[in-house]
Design a protein around this ligand. Structure first.
Ligand code: ADP
Ligand code: MG
Length: 249
């Protein structure tokens, strides 16, 4: 039994069957990559895991509990955190202020603006945020405006904001899309560090095969809404169907 068990998931948008018969098991404390051509249904599948979309059929179990029908914040509280395709940080705030937001949410549960008395009592939240910035190796950038950072550092901050929630499953949708090579390599190093230092399972959608083969323990190839093959990176590299469907050979 994997920490994440996806069974027979289907999702239709009008006349388009975006996902059909998706079966996928993600083992605990592994990095599982999902690859496949544009429009294969990768983001749709991720959206079904975090409550943004509800599948038409099938089941999604996280640690033995169904996520279906739960609101995104409930799924987050179950231990699933998601990094979006474009960084979702507050550009006008500093790096530290950005990091403090999820740290408040972690301490106080649902974050409500009228909960100001607890917001005033910040010491533990500041300590938690500093600790996270240190783990992300960006404490020296804490006074910077988030908008002024490189794409790689924005991604690093965003991943740190997710990790402050201590998720057991981290979902990443093309975390290196649009990045320069140096930023991509930094992101690979960061994810390797997280994999080593934390008790965490990572599911990553990624186009860049260098990233996939640097990180993944298992790879699922999705094509036209359904898994084509699932195997180890070594086997996937040589798989003729994969070469044909994905690498265009
Ligand atoms: P991928 O992430 O693998 O590139 P997506 O999951 O984004 O693919 O999309 C799969 C298919 O579903 C595509 O054909 C896309 O146009 C379609 N699609 C995705 N989201 C929606 C939506 N909200 N409404 C209608 N069609 C959608
Ligand atoms: Mg996508």
């Amino acid at each position: 039994m994997g920490i994440l068990e996806i069974k027979n998931v289907g999702k239709r948008f009008g006349g388009l069957q975006a996902l059909s018969n998706v079966n996928l098991s993600v083992a605990e404390n592994t990095v599982h990559a999902i690859i496949g051509p544009n429009g294969a249904g990768k983001s749709t599948l991720l959206n079904c895991l975090v409550g943004k979309l509800i599948p038409d059929s099938g089941s999604v179990m996280f640690d033995g509990q169904s996520v279906l029908g739960r609101a995104p914040y409930e799924i987050n509280q179950m231990g699933i955190s998601r990094v979006f395709q474009t960084p979702e940080i507050f550009g006008d705030l500093t790096v530290m202020e950005n990091m403090m937001i999820p740290c408040f949410a972690k301490r106080d549960g649902a974050f409500e603006l009228n909960a100001l008395p607890s917001v005033r009592n910040q010491k533990d939240v500041v300590e938690h945020a500093m600790h996270m910035l240190e783990e992300m190796r960006m404490a020296d950038k804490r006074h910077m405006h988030a908008a002024a950072m490189s794409r790689g550092d924005k991604r690093r901050l965003e991943i740190g904001m997710c990790l402050s929630q201590e998720p057991r499953l981290l979902l990443l949708d093309e975390p290196t899309a649009g990045m320069a090579r140096a930023d991509t390599n930094n992101t690979i190093d960061l994810l390797k560090q997280i994999k080593e230092e934390r008790d965490i399972t990572i599911a990553i959608i990624e186009h860049d095969m260098h990233v996939v083969f640097s990180l993944a323990d298992r790879i699922t190839v999705l094509a036209q809404g359904t898994p084509l093959v699932e195997d180890s990176p070594e086997k996937i590299k040589g798989h003729p169907k994969v070469r044909e469907a994905y690498l265009g050979e």
